[in-house]
Design a protein around this ligand. Structure first.
Ligand code: CU
Length: 285
């Protein structure tokens, strides 16, 4: 009888096992106009992530009521396999805001990096793939490319890991779609090449069950990657005292078989279904 009780108990625990909870402490740098997101410069979260500046969502805008930039807050960070949000946000103090902008400025013409426009050719760039082979971006010509930017250590399920999951879902669809099979290539570029070496990317690809004939992971020279990525509007900021502390945005792009930009998705709001629907006419045309 005792054994049965234990079994029931552990089953109940297993149900919640994909949810983790952490305490987040930091300073609010900005709050989105809809009060559903706050960018917080937070301390290291033991066992989860390094100190960094990241946007965090709340499910209920009331959570951010009365909170203003500069406030020091403590909150509970709930992390699920494909979701993360803050709850119980409490103001615990106040401090002057840092002078530097929270996010790297979006590249503008003045920084020398013009944003690519649809129809423009994507600049050729030299990369190295997960097998350590040199790979120029031009080598993907002849296939429609869905490109995204990630780093393998990214701790936020709603950021890089979500892009990986979306690409994995698209890869599964491509396999079964007669019209798209062999005509679309997935490319994930790491903007953390110091850590994401070819063997690291290869292991990452394996975890994602990536078919390397359809999905390529690229790394390379950090400055070249930054230059390449900034043309898509991606911003990556690395802490001056710790280059591994990365704050970044997300960009995913469709590039046609001639190497010309078709479309850029901003952030993590796009879906695999949407991307596939947008890719179809590009491949067909
Ligand atoms: Cu990330």
């Amino acid at each position: 009888m005792f054994c049965v009780c234990v079994a029931v108990l552990s089953a109940a625990c297993a149900n919640k096992s994909d949810q983790r909870e952490y305490t987040l402490q930091g300073q609010v740098l900005s709050i989105a106009p809809n009060h559903q997101q706050a960018t917080i410069n937070h301390q290291a979260i033991k066992g989860f992530m390094a100190a960094m500046t990241m946007p965090y969502t709340v499910h209920d805008p009331k959570q951010l009521e009365g909170i203003v930039p500069g406030d020091l807050v403590a909150a509970r960070l709930i992390v699920r396999s494909n979701n993360a949000y803050l709850t119980d946000v409490k103001k615990v103090g106040q401090a002057p805001l840092p002078a530097a902008p929270a996010e790297a400025p979006t590249p503008s013409a003045s920084s020398g990096f013009e944003l690519l426009k649809p129809g423009e050719a994507v600049l050729d760039t030299a990369f190295v793939d997960q097998d350590g082979r040199k790979r120029s971006f031009r080598s993907f010509k002849g296939t429609t490319v869905l490109l995204t930017f990630i780093y393998t250590r990214c701790p936020m399920p709603t950021f890089c890991p979500l892009m990986d999951q979306h690409f994995a879902a698209i890869q599964r669809t491509l396999k079964d779609d007669a019209a798209l099979k062999g005509r679309v290539h997935l490319v994930s570029v790491s903007f953390d090449p110091l850590v994401d070496t070819p063997p690291v990317l290869k292991a990452h690809a394996k975890r994602l069950d990536a078919d390397l004939k359809t999905w390529t992971f690229l790394t390379g020279d950090r400055d070249e990657i930054d230059r390449f990525a900034s043309r898509f509007g991606l911003s990556v900021a690395r802490a001056p005292n710790d280059q591994r502390d990365i704050t970044h945005t997300l960009r995913t792009a469709i590039i046609d078989a001639d190497g010309k930009l078709v479309k850029i998705y901003i952030g993590n709001e796009w879906t695999p279904e949407q991307a596939l629907a947008d890719i179809k006419p590009v491949v067909g045309g």
